[in-house]
Design a protein. Structure first.
Length: 296
C-alpha cells in the first residue's frame, strides 16, 4: 500500500463538482478538502447552478491536464460528469463519485472503498460504460450511461417516486401506484421482429432504483451488459417481478455487447436515474464501451 500522497503523481489537481444548494453539502465539501489535502492535491471547487452545468464543467476540466474529477452527487449528477469527460477524446481525466444524492446505485454496485483508501492506491481502474445512440431521421444523439438504461416501467417508477415523496415506505407505495398506470410499448428489432414489453432494462450494474437487484453480475468491466426483459403480461406479473426484484433479486440475466431496436410508439427512458422521453420511430442502439471510464 502506498503512503498518503502517492497519487499526486497520477493527477495534477482535484476538481470537485457539486450542487451547492443540496442539504449538507458544506459538510461533504469540508471532509473532501481534508482528504484531498492529505493526498497533497490542489483542489478546485466548482459549484453548479443549473441542469447540464456539471457536464459543461467536466468537459472543460477534462480538456486540460490530468485531473481527478470528483462528482459529489447522485447517479444523475455523476452521469453529467461522465458525459462531460467522454465529450473529450483522449482525456487523461479520472472520475469518481462521492454519494450525495437520493439515488446512488452506481456507488453501491462497485466494491466498497473509501476515498482515502482509493487515494492511497497507485492504480486507476477502467470500467465499461453504456454508449446509447438515439437516431430519429437524420438526427443522431449520443449519451453515455455509467449504470443502466431502462424503458417502460423503470422511468415511470422514477417519476412516481419523485412525485410521491422520499423515504422507503413512501417510495414503495409510489411504485405500487405507478404499476397501475403503466402502458406496454412495442419495439421492432433490426431483423424486423416485433415484441411488446412492460419493461426493458439494459444494465451495467447489478442494483438499481435503490431497492432492486436486477442481475447477479458484479463485473462492470467485462465488455457485456445484462438485458432484463418483461414481455407484456399484465399488472399481476409486473407486481410479482417488482416484488422479486426488491427481495430475492431477478437472478442471472443474458449478457450482450450490443442491443438495438426501433420504437413503434413514444416511450419514457431512464438513463442513470434521469428520465427522457423517446419519440415514436426512434432507432436505439446500446453498445458496451469497454474500459471507457477511468475511475478510482
Amino acid at each position: 500500500m502506498a503512503e498518503d500522497g502517492a497519487t499526486a503523481g497520477l493527477f495534477d489537481r482535484a476538481v470537485v463538482i457539486f450542487n451547492p444548494g443540496r442539504a449538507g453539502m458544506g459538510a461533504w465539501i469540508e471532509t473532501l478538502q481534508r482528504e484531498l489535502a492529505a493526498a497533497r492535491l490542489p483542489v478546485d471547487l466548482l459549484p453548479t447552478d443549473h441542469a447540464g452545468h456539471a457536464r459543461a464543467l467536466a468537459r472543460a476540466e477534462a480538456g486540460r491536464g490530468a485531473p481527478l474529477i470528483l462528482s459529489v452527487s447522485g447517479d444523475g449528477g455523476y452521469n453529467e460528469v461522465v458525459n462531460g469527460v467522454m465529450d473529450v477524446p483522449g482525456s487523461q481525466a479520472v472520475c469518481t463519485v462521492i454519494p450525495a444524492g437520493n439515488a446512488n446505485d452506481h456507488f453501491r454496485s462497485l466494491p466498497a472503498r473509501s476515498l482515502s483508501e482509493a487515494l492511497r492506491a497507485t492504480t486507476v481502474r477502467h470500467i465499461d460504460l453504456l454508449r446509447v445512440v438515439f437516431r430519429t431521421g437524420d438526427r443522431e444523439q449520443i449519451q453515455y450511461a455509467h449504470s443502466y438504461v431502462g424503458f417502460g416501467l423503470t422511468p415511470l417508477m422514477a417519476i412516481g417516486i419523485e412525485q410521491g415523496g422520499k423515504g422507503k415506505v413512501l417510495e414503495l407505495v409510489s411504485v405500487a401506484r405507478t404499476l397501475r398506470r403503466l402502458k406496454p410499448f412495442e419495439l421492432v428489432r433490426d431483423d424486423g421482429a416485433t415484441a411488446k414489453f412492460d419493461s426493458l432494462i439494459l444494465a451495467n450494474i447489478s442494483r438499481m432504483a435503490k431497492y432492486g437487484k436486477v442481475s447477479e453480475s458484479h463485473y462492470p468491466d467485462d465488455g457485456l451488459f445484462e438485458v432484463v426483459t418483461l414481455p407484456h403480461a399484465g399488472l399481476m406479473k409486473m407486481s410479482l417481478m417488482t416484488l422479486r426484484a426488491v427481495t430475492l433479486g431477478l437472478g442471472h440475466q443474458p449478457g450482450v455487447a450490443s442491443y438495438a431496436f426501433s420504437t413503434r410508439n413514444a416511450v419514457p427512458c431512464q438513463i442513470d436515474g434521469e428520465v427522457v422521453h423517446i419519440q415514436a420511430g426512434t432507432h436505439v442502439r446500446v453498445e458496451s464501451a469497454r474500459g471507457a471510464l477511468a475511475t478510482l
